[in-house]
Design a protein around this ligand. Structure first.
Ligand SMILES: Nc1ncnc2c1ncn2[C@@H]1O[C@H](COP(=O)(O)OP(=O)(O)O)[C@@H](O)[C@H]1O
Ligand SMILES: [Mg+2]
Length: 307
């Protein structure tokens, strides 16, 4: 038994000639926010639909709460809240009335479920406004309120900030973070916007053309992409000795036989160069590098990046 709330094994979806999802091994840990990042058409929605049983799996497996989903659908799905496509809300009813219908349909027992869910997403409970008069932001919020109505342990949110303005995006991000921080919910969220995922997710999966290219924690990814001084020298062991003794360098990595990465970017490179040359170490080059997450994403997807 492991701590994965969702684990997929070689999950694959083929539509006709096209492999939309290709052998994906996804690992969503309990209590974490997992951001699935990929361009439009990458396969994000299809993965979520397979997890939720909304589209048949071509091959592979989905494990939820530590067990295969097969045969346990009825028991498992009530523990998950999801928005994949805009739910069919009734335009001529208010938000509250809409949620009350969904609560009844789902047999939600909690007496204040609708009021609580609306509060979480910042929508008024006693409001006469009809759904047809809602802004896009309010509609998205109502969709999320509907997903959390039955207080599920896990949420699957497919691009919940799609079409929102920057303020709306920030607000949705805040309450998603809040759901994770205060209620310990596990959240799988997708987006095609790197900045959005990087501000929200604890863990990230990068998907491109149906293939999960990378899966790591956000902090690991940030570490990989922090600023550093790239230093190329003729003799690494000798250079390190000087750097450690004379400059008290601790935070570095060896990239190859002649290249070092120094992560302490406040170092006085002039002094370092001088000290190395004095000890007969040739400095081939030294310079500040700043690979951003965006550069990284471009590199691994081999494309032009995303917004
Ligand atoms: N019902 C379908 N029939 C055929 N192809 C589909 C269907 N749904 C999605 N696809 C294709 O599968 C690929 C992945 O789509 P999707 O999962 O929606 O990507 P994303 O959510 O990352 O934008 C796309 O190329 C899309 O055209
Ligand atoms: Mg999609």
């Amino acid at each position: 038994m492991n701590d994965f709330v969702i684990e997929t094994k070689q999950l694959t979806k083929v539509y006709g000639e096209q492999t939309a999802v290709n052998s994906v091994n996804l690992h969503v840990k309990k209590g974490r926010i997992y951001g699935l990042l990929g361009r439009n058409g990458a396969g994000k929605t299809t993965i979520m639909k397979m997890i939720l049983g909304l589209t048949p799996i071509t091959s592979g497996e989905v494990n939820v709460f530590g067990q295969s989903i097969k045969g346990r659908e009825k028991r498992v799905y009530p523990r998950i809240g999801a928005i994949i496509e805009t739910p069919g809300f009734y335009p001529n009813l208010t938000g509250t009335e809409n949620l009350e219908i969904f609560a009844k349909l789902r047999g939600t027992a909690a007496p204040h479920a609708v009021e609580t869910a609306l509060k979480v997403v910042g929508l008024p409970y006693k409001d006469k406004k009809l759904f047809s008069k809602y802004s896009l932001g309010m509609k998205q919020r109502l969709g999320i309120a509907n997903a959390i109505l039955h207080d599920p342990e896990m949420l699957i949110l497919d691009e919940p900030t799609n079409g929102l303005d920057p303020i709306g995006i920030a607000e949705v991000r805040d309450f998603i973070k809040n759901l994770s921080a205060t209620q310990g919910k596990t959240i799988l969220i997708s987006s095609h916007i790197l900045s959005e995922i990087s501000l929200l997710a604890d863990d990230i999966g990068i998907i491109d053309h149906g293939i999960l290219l990378e899966e790591s924690s956000m902090s690991e990814l940030e570490k990989k992409n922090r600023k550093y001084v790239l230093l190329q020298v003729s003799d690494i062991p000798k250079a390190l000795l000087i750097l450690e003794r004379q400059f008290h360098l601790k935070d570095y990595s060896v990239q190859d036989d002649h290249t070092l990465r120094l992560y302490d970017t406040a170092l006085d490179m002039g002094e370092i160069n001088k000290a190395l040359v004095t000890q007969n170490i040739t400095v081939m080059s030294s310079g500040l590098c700043n690979d951003t997450l965006e550069d990284y994403f471009k590199k691994i997807t081999g494309g032009e990046g995303i917004a």
